[in-house]
Design a protein around this ligand. Structure first.
Ligand code: ADP
Length: 274
């Protein structure tokens, strides 16, 4: 549960100005100790993320992207380095952070509305502070589907319900691990547009992992390119393309093609993205 340290993290920025980072990662490494040997997943990651930023992460399979996201979600211990939210070391999960995984994992015996409300039914804080569910369903185009069951929804709609569930406690940060990886190309593009709209409307800080270079550039204010395992940051690339972005007009920006090419080159040098 939400167990953030009460005392400011030593060495982390104590002054939270409006433009200060909401997330600070410094010299973060992660090793899994398994029976078959040690697996170093992350090596010396340093990264600041500002409030309201949309940051996308690409990297080869197995380079530690999900590990990083799980650590940010407080689902994985941080033993080496600094991993701070608002200047306080992340310890355990927090209501300030919502997570969306590749599979929506909705409970089949609950309606969409009941699924979305699930996070408000666990934890000591009960229902306080949760967002208006109707507003969320409206925002994600599910206004008419609150009383439907998951099997009555398309894959894209189930994923949108998963996003509603992640947002129901009104977290400031939304972490997304390959949220659209299982969707067909057209639905995926539509979801990218939806997500951009939701992000712009809700003012959240979003960190999204993807295997798609075009998705990373389309959605990100910055694209973080990671090396193969143990994952390090190869490049932190700024995407200077006006918002809202659209798939037909983004192709007119030379920087879109340039960035995509640069990212592809970096990943190819790492042995590709798969
Ligand atoms: P990615 O998301 O980039 O594909 P992961 O973070 O899932 O990479 O995994 C990074 C490395 O850590 C992989 O080699 C993976 O096998 C290993 N790993 C991930 N989770 C665990 C775990 N719980 N125990 C042991 N090794 C793990």
């Amino acid at each position: 549960m939400a167990v953030l340290m009460e005392t400011p993290l030593q060495g982390a920025t104590a002054d939270r100005s409006a433009t200060g980072p909401i997330i600070e990662i410094r010299n973060l490494s992660k090793t899994y100790y398994t029976q078959s040997g040690d697996v170093k997943a992350l090596n010396n990651i340093s990264l600041n993320i500002a409030s309201g930023e949309f940051v996308t992460i690409v990297g080869p399979s197995g380079c530690g992207k999900s590990t990083l996201l799980r650590m940010l979600a407080g689902l994985e211990d941080c033993e080496e380095g600094v991993l701070a939210l608002d200047g306080k070391q992340i310890k355990g999960s927090s209501h300030d952070v919502g997570v969306v995984f590749q599979a929506a994992n909705l409970l089949p015996w609950f309606t969409v509305r009941q699924n979305v409300l699930l996070p408000t039914r666990v934890g000591k804080r009960g229902n306080d502070g949760h967002t208006d569910v109707d507003e969320l369903l409206e925002m994600t185009g599910l206004a008419d589907f609150g009383n439907k069951y998951p099997y009555e929804l398309s894959g894209g709609m189930q994923q949108r319900a998963g996003i509603c569930r992640a947002l129901v406690r009104n977290p400031r940060i939304l972490l997304m691990d390959e949220p659209f990886g299982a969707l067909d190309a057209l639905t995926r593009e539509r979801m990218n547009l939806e997500l951009q709209r939701i992000w712009r409307a809700s003012n959240k800080t979003v960190i999204l992992i993807t295997h798609s270079i075009s998705e990373a550039v389309f959605l990100g204010d910055r694209v973080i390119v990671m090396s193969s395992r143990p994952g390090t940051i190869l490049q932190d690339l700024k995407v200077d393309i006006d918002r809202p972005r659209a798939f037909d007009t983004i192709l007119n920006y030379p920087s879109y093609a340039e960035l995509s090419r640069e990212i592809r080159g970096l990943l190819n040098a790492e042995g590709g993205i798969e």
